[in-house]
Design a binder for this molecule. Sequence first.
Ligand code: NG1
Ligand code: ZN
Length: 525
Amino acid sequence: MALPEAVLAASRPYPLPAGFRPSYGTAGFRAVADLLHSTMFRCGILMAARALKTRQITGICITASHNPAPDNGVKLVEPSGEMLCQEWEAYANELANAGSDAELAAAVEGLLGREGIAAPGPGTVLIAHDTRPSGPGLAAAAAAGVRCLGLEPEMCGLLTTPQLHWMVMRRNRGKAAGEADYYAALAGAYAQLVAGTQPLGQTLYVDCANGVGAPKLAALAGQLAPAGLTLELRNTGDGVLNGGCGSDFLQKDRQLPSQFEGVAPGTRCCAVDGDADRLMYFTPLEGGGKALLFDGDRIAVLAAMLVKDLISALPGGAGADVRVGIIQTAYANGAASDYIRDNLGCGVEVTPTGVKYLHEAAHRYDVGVYFEANGHGTVLFSKAFLAQMQQLAGESKAAADLLALSVVINQAVGDAISGILMVEAALRRRGWGLPQWAALYTDLPSRQLKVKVADRAAIVTTDAETRVAEPRGLQAAIDAAVAGVPRGRSFVRPSGTEDVVRVYAEAESQEAADALADAVARLVH
Ligand code: NG1
Ligand code: ZN
């Protein structure tokens, strides 16, 4: 059967819902789950085409991350394990928006023709999903799409987003890539990083957001205990996914997640999000109800300090011209940016929101540290740097430890499980608890608001989203609102995952940050 006919026949059960116009956003497609079957089917076709084009393995992860349980979405994985290359996002939009089976068949034919893809060929697509009840059905729709192009997908079931990215990366490198291999690699490298150091001596409480992180951390926990790390998991699935818990709730509300009421102030706690690719450390504050946050910016600082410590311990002049960079977005707290600039002696870059931009920038360094303030990020090591460390590893513990760090911290994508192990190792190697980490700098009070507008695309930003280009006059009005506010800073941008405009403000006091955010939100309405 000719390909377009296969598409025509197979797409009949997956019509595009009337009025639905999916758009590939900051991290793929997201919507209420019931709308997404056609989108998943078409993403199946797309990622099969990408596999055929590259003659490698690609991936599809069905998740809406930190968004509410009735939503779902999709993250698309390149053969490298990274996010789908930006040039193919246009194909994703084209296929997802084809109005009829015939239009879809024509769009697929066009894509195959332009990319010179002659199916069938080697390659396959790994498909996984998070704990949302809609996951298996949407995964089946994606699988049907993959089969249209003559490939047989591999159904991986329940995985965290970063686990799927890791598996795709490892499979294409011909390395052991099962779930057990993931746990063994992380636990083994963690044990090496902390060998000879004193355990932190306190259980780490983990808020699993009632998501896929819960079973996966439970599977890993037993392998961490011998190295002196004990996890106690909370919000493991007995409540609503991301409901009153998880890293996003914590970051936005700075309130203690559910099931942490009885945890003593000062206790080391952390929270992941619904697909376990974001990480936030926290501790309950005296007085009840509120949490002190250790956000992505602070995790990035700790990571950079660990990297710099290890590099400075390399033998000879090996560490002299290693280029270490930290990449942030405009959401990075001003106090963190000041601290990095004044104390860490490494490059700082600001990119637009979305890990695809941060990840790309991090690749330009020997060691590139990137975290969004919301806790999504990783540390990337260049191939040349890792090769140099391989050569030195026999004689230098620091080189061997840098290699171990590159195993602990997922090289494909931001990974909350990796992040936990990195933070724990970094604190333990310094003999630090949360107080020393908190004392590095004090966050400027900040406020984030969401504003519903008729057309969020009317706001066009520039300078890594820190300034508004359109509508004209809005930036001048924001500047006027910021003027005179001590340590004031504010910006607005349309969300790439929700139908809202986001407003961010920070200032010397919480009252001033709140007032500035309110004032800027009124300008956007
Ligand atoms: P949008 O909705 O484009 O702001 C949000 C996060 C991003 C990123 C994506 C993907 C903020 C302010 N924005 O994007 O950082 O994590 O979701 O999940 O946190
Ligand atoms: Zn997530």
